[in-house]
Design a protein around this ligand. Structure first.
Ligand code: HEM
Length: 355
């Protein structure tokens, strides 16, 4: 099976209608459907995140979901000075020095968890990614909690919140399920409550859901396309993050009227579906570590402007370290199951063995 066909299964299994709609409209830079704009073009994507004033608390947006999940006023849904202050606090931990300090957490884990491959054994990379994500997030928020348990709680909270805010999919009781899942997560990251509890909860969700989606998808692609010869090149991780675009769609709402490049008007209250997957050309061509896409394109998988992902460096290093740890085994995929319930397109299990 080609790497691209396998990776497409994570969309078809979890978000088939959305995937079909995005594929059908992608030839036009921007498509208006009533009050919703589907934005595929790279320049329009950047403008949507940087030039159009956004309503960061609107329901159905990332900020709105984060606010509902945690009580609000946390990075995603903040603006101006409050936002800058909270960002400063997180960016120290996620800067170059912070990431190097955290790194032994996952390099040690990778060595141990991949060991069975040496004797012909099989390893499911999804629990490995969850343990890496959970252990890292626990260290980041200073919580004395088991990594896999934290990852499980964060993934459950994100999945329940996504189901709760998707129109049409909402069923009776989803709000209660979402609330209970969030309470379980908050009790793990901040057992004593306090003013930092919301921020810790939000950080855990932002870091864990993305990492658990990203690491196994990148590994599957490297297995299927046999990219192991490039494992020492930093370009491999960047290219795999680009073609998998782990957060493929950023839902935002315009707070004020504006205009996108190409002259497309945006009205206050318009919903913008910013398609990161198409802005970075994830749907075209193969990842090429010898001729990688320009950095300014590749980095758009982490958004743009003042709210761009503060965890980008951490995520890149984790993907690169996982690929380097796998490379000596030149693994192949023996079984892959899609996670139909997760908030982001993801594998539920991805079992590999040495080739
Ligand atoms: C491959 C993994 C990841 C991807 C693809 C990703 C992607 C994104 C994207 C697209 C945004 C929105 C940016 C925007 O609105 O312009 C974002 C925001 C954010 N991400 Fe990540 N992320 C990843 C990993 C992480 C990790 C590991 C952490 C924490 C350790 C993290 C923490 C955050 C936070 C806190 C925000 C909100 C920032 C703000 O609103 O100021 N992310 N991420």
């Amino acid at each position: 099976m080609s790497a691209r066909s396998r990776d497409r299964r994570v969309y078809l299994g979890s978000h088939p209608v959305l995937f079909a709609l995005l594929a059908a409209t992608r030839r036009r830079p921007v498509t208006r459907l009533g009050r919703t704009l589907l934005i595929h073009d790279r320049e329009a994507f950047v403008a949507g995140l940087t030039r159009i004033p956004l309503d960061r608390t609107a329901p159905g947006t990332t900020g709105g979901a984060a606010g509902r999940l945690t009580g609000g006023d946390l990075l995603f849904d903040q603006q101006g000075d409050d936002h800058r202050q909270t960002r400063r606090a997180t960016s120290d931990a996620l800067g170059a020095t912070g990431v190097q300090r955290l790194r032994p957490l996952w390099t040690g884990l990778l060595d141990r968890r991949l060991e069975p491959l040496a004797d012909g054994g099989r390893v499911d990379l999804v629990p490995v990614a969850a343990e890496i994500a959970g252990t890292t997030a626990a260290a980041l928020v200073g919580a004395a909690v088991d990594g896999p348990e934290l990852a499980d709680a964060a993934r459950a909270a994100a999945a329940a919140a996504a189901r709760d805010h998707l129109p049409g999919l909402r069923r009776r009781g989803t709000a209660d399920v979402a609330r209970a899942a969030t309470e379980r997560l908050t009790a793990l990251v901040a057992p004593d409550g306090g003013s930092e509890a919301g921020l810790a909860t939000m950080l855990a969700v932002a870091a864990i859901t993305t990492t658990v989606a990203a690491l196994p998808r990148a590994a599957a692609w490297a297995c299927d396309a046999d990219l192991w010869a490039y494992a020492d090149s930093p370009a491999l991780a960047d290219e795999l993050l680009r073609v998998t675009a782990p957060t493929p769609l950023l839902p935002r709402v315009a707070a004020e009227a504006g205009e996108l490049p190409g002259g497309c008007p945006v009205r206050a209250g318009d919903r913008m579906l910013l398609v990161a997957r198409h802005a970075v050309d994830a749907h075209r061509g193969e990842p090429d570590p010898e001729r990688p896409a320009p950095a300014r394109t590749a980095q758009l998988v982490f958004g743009a402007g003042p709210h761009a992902c503060p965890g980008a460096r951490l995520a890149r290093v984790q993907v690169a370290d996982m690929l380097r740890a796998l490379a000596p085994y030149r693994p192949v995929v023996v079984r892959a199951r899609v996670d139909r319930r997760s908030a982001l397109p993801s594998w539920r299990s991805l079992v590999v063995r040495a080739s």
